[in-house]
Structure formats: structure tokens, C-alpha cells
Design a protein around this ligand. Structure first.
Ligand code: MN
Length: 204
């Protein structure tokens, strides 16, 4: 993906993840929030000829090479927002959930003992995000699986970690249906997880 960026379509209809994620939330989240990140990223890159040549991933990896603080923040927030949401739509699906199979299932069991224990730890990371942010499963710098949380639209690539999947816990992701009950959203979310896509991300 390179400049100019465009909003990828949802890989399913906006009502596909009902009742766990409601249609209106999906519509506003995709066509409102995600679109704004794409538009703002394009605006930020308008006169940045060198940055326009970079892939979305490299923009995030090389964030600290940008000396202009305003530009750096605009890239961090909006390249991050675009990357994170493009990932997020794909790792959900209708009739998803269950426990992971394949290589990712093996790796989770090996690292976290069981899927149940992994989910418990991931939920804690998602719950404890103060304000807006994401919980992530990543490969850390040593190449081990690690659960982390990051604020805002910050992306693990900027910390030299490789993202496998993330859960959006910004209020815009759940407030219409779950109001202030983030925990209920987190618990419901496991019913729409697309483990086949996460397996792809894991192998990449
Ligand atoms: Mn979001």
C-alpha cells in the first residue's frame, strides 16, 4: 500500500458481526473513523515526496526518522490508524470465534500454556488500556509471542515488534452498544475472531 491511500472495503457486510458488534458501530467505525485516518494520512503526506514512496509499514517502522514533530505525530496517528483498522476488519468474521488451530494454536499453547490462559491475559491487557488504545499479540524483538497494549493508534512496528493481531478498545469501537462496559465488548469480541486470518498474519 502506497500513497495515495484509500479506504479498503469491509470484507463483509456491516451487519455481519451482529449481535456481537452492531451494524451502526461498524458503519461509523469504518466509513467515519477509518476513513478519517486515510484522509488525514493523505493530507499529511501531500508535500512529502520521500515519505510518499514508503510503504505503510515502513512509515510506521521508520517513524523516529521524522524530525518534524507535527509531521511525525500526524503519521503516527493516521498511518497507525489506517494500518490498525485495515488489520482489524480482516481478523473478524461472521461465525468466527472458537479456539485457534494450526500453527498459531500451537504457538499460543506453547507460550501461554492454553488458549484460555492466553485469552485471560489478553483480556487483562485490553481492560487496562487507559483511555483509547489497543491490545496486541506481537512477536517481540526476541521473536517470542508477547501480549502488549499501546495507546491511541500507536503501532507495534514503531517499537520494532511485529503485530499479529490487535483489539481496538477505543470507545468508538463499542460505546453505542456496550456504553461504558468495555469488558462486555471484549468478551463478546472473541465470538467474531477470524483465526484463519490470524494464522496468515502469524506466518507472514
Ligand atoms: Mn477504531
Amino acid at each position: 500500500m502506497k500513497y495515495k491511500y484509500s479506504l479498503p472495503p469491509l470484507p463483509y457486510s456491516a451487519d455481519a458481526l451482529e449481535p456481537f458488534i452492531d451494524t451502526l458501530t461498524m458503519e461509523i467505525h469504518h466509513n467515519g473513523h477509518h476513513k478519517a485516518y486515510v484522509d488525514n494520512l493523505n493530507t499529511a503526506l501531500e508535500n512529502q515526496i520521500e515519505l510518499q514512496k514508503k510503504s505503510l509499514q515502513d512509515l510506521l517502522k521508520d517513524l523516529n526518522q521524522i524530525s518534524n514533530t507535527d509531521l511525525k505525530n500526524a503519521i503516527k496517528n493516521n498511518a497507525g490508524g489506517h494500518y490498525n483498522h485495515s488489520m482489524f476488519w480482516k481478523i473478524m468474521k461472521k461465525n468466527g470465534g472458537g479456539s485457534p488451530k494450526g500453527k498459531i494454536g500451537e504457538a499460543i499453547n506453547k507460550r501461554f500454556e492454553s488458549f484460555e490462559k492466553f485469552r485471560e491475559q489478553f483480556n487483562i491487557a485490553a481492560k487496562k488500556v487507559f483511555g483509547s488504545g489497543w491490545a496486541w499479540l506481537v512477536f517481540n524483538k526476541s521473536g517470542d509471542l508477547e501480549i502488549i497494549s499501546m495507546p491511541n493508534q500507536d503501532n507495534p512496528l514503531s517499537e520494532h515488534k511485529k503485530p499479529i493481531f490487535g483489539l481496538d478498545v477505543w470507545e468508538h469501537a463499542y460505546y453505542l452498544k456496550y456504553t461504558n462496559k468495555r469488558v462486555d465488548y471484549i468478551n463478546a469480541w472473541w465470538n467474531v475472531v477470524n483465526w484463519e486470518q490470524i494464522e496468515e498474519n502469524f506466518k507472514m
